[in-house]
Structures are given as C-alpha cells and as structure tokens.
Write a new protein. Sequence first.
Length: 224
Amino acid sequence: MWNAGACLQIDGLHVEREGAEILRGLSLSVDCGERLIVAGPNGAGKTTLLKAILGIVPARAGRVVVLGDQVGSRQWSRSRRRVGYVNQESVTVDYPISGQEVVAIGTCSLRLGRGERNRRIEQAMAAVGCEHLRHRGYARLSGGEKQKLSIARCLCQDPQLLLLDEPTSSLDPASRADLMALLRRLNEQRRLTLVMVSHDAQALSEPGWRIERMEAGAFVRGAP
C-alpha cells in the first residue's frame, strides 16, 4: 500500500543492467525514524537498491520517493542533500588526507560560511566519537575508524535518511558491536532513519531492526 508520508517509499521498482534484470518489481515503505536491514547473499541486488534510492542507477519501471520527492524529479535535488550514504569500506587510499578532511567532504555541496562549516564538522565528529582522528592520516586507520569518519561525513549534511552498504563487513566483532551501538544511538537521539544492507549475522541479530530479505533481485516476504 502506498504511504505518502513515509521517509522512503518504493513502488514496483525494476532496474536492468546490460539487458539483465537486477531488481524485479521491488516495493517497500520505510517510516521516518525506522531502522531497516535489507539482508541477502552477494548478488541479491542490495547495493543496486541503494544506488537506485540515490538516483545513481536509473529505474526501468516503478518509482522511488524519498522525503516526499520522487528520485530523478526536479524537486529531488532539494532532498538529495538530506540523504547520507556510507559505502562499503573496501577502497585503499594512500594519498595524504586527514580524518577531519574526510569529514569535511560532507560540507562540499552546501553553501556554508567558514564558521558554520567548521561547526558542523566539529559537531559531527563529536557525535560519532572520532575527534581523536582529526589529524590522523586516513590511510593508516582501521576499518572501524574509517566507517566512523564516513558516518561523521554524512552527519555534516544534517541527513534525515542514512543508507549504509555492508558497513560491518571489514570489522572485527568488537568493532561491529561498537558501530551498531553508534547507529542505534544516532537513530534514537536524532530520529535518523537508517537503511542498511548486510549479510552479517552479528548485525542481523541486533534488536530493534526490521529485516527484509532479498534474493535474486526481489524481496522474500515471510522469510525467517
């Protein structure tokens, strides 16, 4: 059923790539302030789903509405900045960039004065608990530290929706638990809507998350 007041609404979404159908008629509604995990094996279409929500990959059919604006419409640009995206930590960076400079990337598309820009960076790093990484070289950080900086980068945008692509995949169990606790806190304190794709059993066992399962580009309703 269509829910016009949802934070994220997907209706009959089909996505193709090189003639192959990747997403097959997906429909989904996510309320504001909800925590959702889209679970499924590699190749299920989870990352493609996130990219369709962001408007990176076009839909062959169906529609995606985020914060009241249809993705790809003229009005979408005003909502796009309220959507943060944390990609899977798998990129090796060997050029010199500090933790603070990574977080500052989140302000690049915003028209902010220097004072407001610095305030947002400081508040975002404090909210995530990564102030100590301010002057650290990004290339030397652990997977968990990089993910915290990525989340802080998104917080600079003052997002209402945060999309996360396998954020725990490169983390040890302690770092996974730390990251999941951080996401829970941001959700509860900021009412930040979270949509995370994952096949991590530890993440899937966390309480308070709604779980939708995907296989071969479609949701498996009623799956355990």
